[in-house]
Design a protein around this ligand. Structure first.
Ligand code: PLP
Length: 445
């Protein structure tokens, strides 16, 4: 093999080189086939090698790929913003385009802070988030994230934002009903706002379903409704981070739609362009845009690639594909089938504490002891071992192990493209079962 100068996640390790992909499958140059059981990083949600997207990409590239957003707009970006306004709930009608989920949450943070400045309340500049959360890798996004593994080296440089406990039904106190647990978790937001002082708090940010730091942790009903009430009571903006859950992944257009709650800002990434080009967005309400328009008249954010027509044309083709093939509905149907199969695995295999999820965003949490739910130490967690075994068998799944030692679990995410068929789910499950059994045996030896 020729020497590689690419900085890869694990330095010194050799990674297979992918030659092409089709549907849920990826193929490497050695001729090995992989089921993309996690859509990469929960991204390739319409599957690989979709012709319509390639054609839209080529058509736009022939016209113009890049114009600078301070100079021009483009048809592609205008049409995409209009479509997103149709998709998004309430008065979330305005889109600020960026290129990654981290940029989207950074931008949401900045817009929330700027909104209060424009209203003459500049002290409202802190963001409350949750311990079990991931909102991105850049410093502002990381300041809002509870992902311990990713924060660790940089803690002293991060903004000192307050964080509350998010609901984690698998590990709720046993003597508490789900309903009161949901309220108790949501009420922590009120306590945090009162502790910091409402005049210091700009916004609260949460993933509708917790992804990378917990593994498809679905909140109980009532949680987000109560969060919305608290945000309204104390004039705190609610940011729904839909980078992982948006664009159909959970079986609704957006994760937060499951609870009928309308946020003030929403972030998108990943499935928005399904991995065909980097594309992400911060979508904000009429009220925010009207306030900033009347005030300074300009949002202090933006990147060179913001609102580039190339990515907009691709994202538009992806959203068209999702609509044409009814992939949101399909994610709900096929996701229910996938979860049922995962629950059967959990019943059968001692290593799996819980199978959970919503739509096509599912996870398995591994435990040392199924009765006591005792977690594995994160450093020696089995999630990584299962991922490796699955990889060797030609199945890709995604880690969700960024939690807190001894508190948050050791999980893997299973989130195939929304186009996956029932037979393909069966194929995925059988490889996954083999991988978990292999790790179980290794742990016994
Ligand atoms: N927000 C959420 C909920 C995510 O899951 C992620 C990535 O996993 C991000 C933000 C950051 O996105 P990106 O990796 O595109 O910067």
């Amino acid at each position: 093999m020729t020497k590689s100068y690419v900085i890869k996640p694990e330095l010194g390790k050799e990674y297979p080189v992918i030659s092409h992909g089709k549907g849920i499958y990826l193929y490497d140059k050695e001729g090995n086939r992989y089921i993309d059981g996690s859509s990469g990083a929960v991204t390739a949600s319409i599957g690989h090698g979709v012709e319509e997207v390639a054609e839209a990409m080529y058509a736009q590239a022939k016209e113009v790929s890049f114009v600078y957003r301070s100079h021009f707009s483009s048809d592609a970006v205008e049409k995409l913003a209009t479509k997103l306004a149709e998709w998004a709930p309430g008065s979330l009608n305005w889109t600020f385009f960026v290129s990654s989920g981290s940029e989207a949450t950074e931008t949401a943070q900045k817009i929330a802070i700027q909104y209060w400045q424009e209203k003459g309340r500049p002290t409202k500049n802190r963001i409350i988030s949750r311990w079990m959360s991931y909102h991105g890798i850049t410093m502002g996004a990381l300041s809002m994230s509870g992902h311990v593994l990713r924060r660790k080296r940089f803690t002293s440089l991060l903004a000192d934002y307050p964080a509350i406990t998010g609901p984690y039904p698998y590990r709720k106190p046993e003597d508490m009903s789900l309903e009161s647990y949901a309220l108790a978790c949501a009420n922590e937001l009120e306590t945090a706002i009162l502790r910091v002082g409402p005049e210091q708090v700009a916004a609260f940010i949460a993933e509708p379903v917790i992804g990378a730091s917990g593994g498809a942790v679905v909140p109980p009903d009532g949680y987000f409704q109560r969060i919305r009430e608290i945000c309204d009571k104390y004039e705190v903006l609610f940011i729904a981070d839909e980078v992982m859950t948006g664009v159909g992944r959970t079986g609704k257009a957006f994760g937060i739609d499951h609870w009928g709650v309308v946020p003030d800002l929403m972030t998108l990434g990943k499935g928005m362009s399904a991995g065909y080009t980097p594309m992400a967005a911060t979508i904000v309400s009429d009220e925010i845009i009207e306030t900033i328009t009347k005030g300074s008249g300009s949002i202090m954010a933006g990147h060179t690639y913001s609102a580039n027509p190339q990515s907009a044309a691709v994202s538009l083709a992806v959203l068209d594909y999702v609509e044409k093939h009814q992939l949101v509905e399909k994610a709900a149907e096929q996701g229910a089938y996938l979860l049922a199969q995962l629950k059967e695995l959990a019943d059968e295999l001692p290593l799996i504490g819980e199978a959970r999820g919503l739509g096509m965003l599912c996870a398995l949490e591994f435990v040392k002891n199924k009765q006591t739910k005792e977690p594995f130490a994160l450093s020696g967690g089995v999630g990584g071992k299962v991922i490796q075994k699955a990889f060797e068998k030609g199945l890709l799944i995604y880690p969700a192990m960024g939690g807190i030692e001894g508190v948050a679990g050791d999980a893997v995410i299973i989130s195939p493209p929304l186009t996956i068929t029932t037979e393909q789910i069966d194929e995925l499950i059988s490889l996954l079962k083999e991988a978990v059994i292999a790790v179980q045996q290794e742990l016994q030896d």
